[in-house]
Design a protein around this ligand. Structure first.
Ligand SMILES: [Zn+2]
Length: 277
């Protein structure tokens, strides 16, 4: 019986290992299984804002996108409805304070401040989620100050676990405390690989190039997460670039999936690794 159990665990590990360790380079038959198909998530930030350029085009894309909505702003409610109707995944785009002073209206009416207590941060998240029931996860809008604060980031990961949500680290600053906070709370780490409009380059060609970079990372690592924007940060160019590049990404053998799918897969890998230890 013990031998059988060991055999089962070994087979299971072989099947999911290419995704877990990101090394789908060896040519085993397991590569043909969907579990080892490289996956890429395209997250689109800044839904909800009054600036709606690119929204219509993106919602009609026929691959699942992951759409992040700023809470309590002009179009939060209407975008939530539209995104859900089109079958894309919705996440909360929680405004969190920058490390530099920014105009209040860049955040919206509710945002986590650098000076908030962990309890206050959790309360604000709770409040914003009420507007968007059934979301699968959240990431942050701005957030370069809060993400350097380990106490707050630990509270954010705790909140995610308590509410069975995933948290995506958008990595808006280099010196982030998210990885440490994630480890210390025993959470699953999801981090952005590419910003589609990096260095404020919002050109059509630039976004296409970065989408393909994201696809390459997915091939190497087993998965990748790219973030683009609707509205002023990206808008129509980003939407058109995504529409025009999807086919090429798929031809590279990459599946575009909602972020929750990558999260669930990483969870399986993590518990499998723990079992093997
Ligand atoms: Zn944002």
């Amino acid at each position: 019986m013990k031998t059988l159990k060991l055999l089962f665990i070994t087979i299971l590990f072989c099947l999911i290992a290419p995704f877990c360790i990101g090394g789908a380079k060896s040519t085993t038959s397991a590569e043909n299984l969907s579990v080892s198909t490289p996956k890429m998530s395209i997250v689109i930030d800044d839904f909800g804002s009054y600036e709606q350029s690119g929204v219509e085009k993106l919602l009609s894309v026929n691959v699942p996108l992951t759409c992040a909505i700023i809470p309590h702003v002009d179009n939060s409610e209407s975008n939530f409805k539209e995104i859900s109707e089109h079958g894309h995944e919705v996440i909360l785009h929680m405004p969190m304070e920058s490390h530099v002073k920014l105009p209040e209206n860049w955040y919206g009416p509710v945002y986590i401040k650098n000076s908030d207590s962990p309890e206050m941060a959790k309360q604000k998240l709770e409040e914003c989620l009420k507007e968007m029931p059934s979301v699968k996860g959240f990431n942050f809008h701005i957030g370069s100050g809060v993400s350097q604060n380990k106490t707050l980031m630990k509270a954010i990961y705790e909140f995610a676990t308590e509410h069975e949500l995933y948290f995506l680290d958008s990595k808006t600053i280099e010196t982030t405390a998210t990885v440490d906070a994630c480890k210390e709370t025993g959470s699953i780490y999801l981090g952005r690989d590419i910003f589609l409009e990096a260095n404020k380059n919002r050109s059509y060609g630039g976004v296409c190039k970065r989408l393909l970079e994201g696809a390459k990372i997915a091939k190497e690592k087993g998965y990748s997460i790219v973030i683009g924007h609707v509205g002023a940060e990206g808008g129509e160019n980003t939407a058109k670039a995504i529409c025009d590049t999807i086919e090429e990404i798929q031809k590279m053998g990459i599946e575009i999936v909602p972020l929750s799918e990558i999260y669930e897969q990483l969870k399986v890998c993590s518990s499998n690794n723990n079992n093997i230890k």
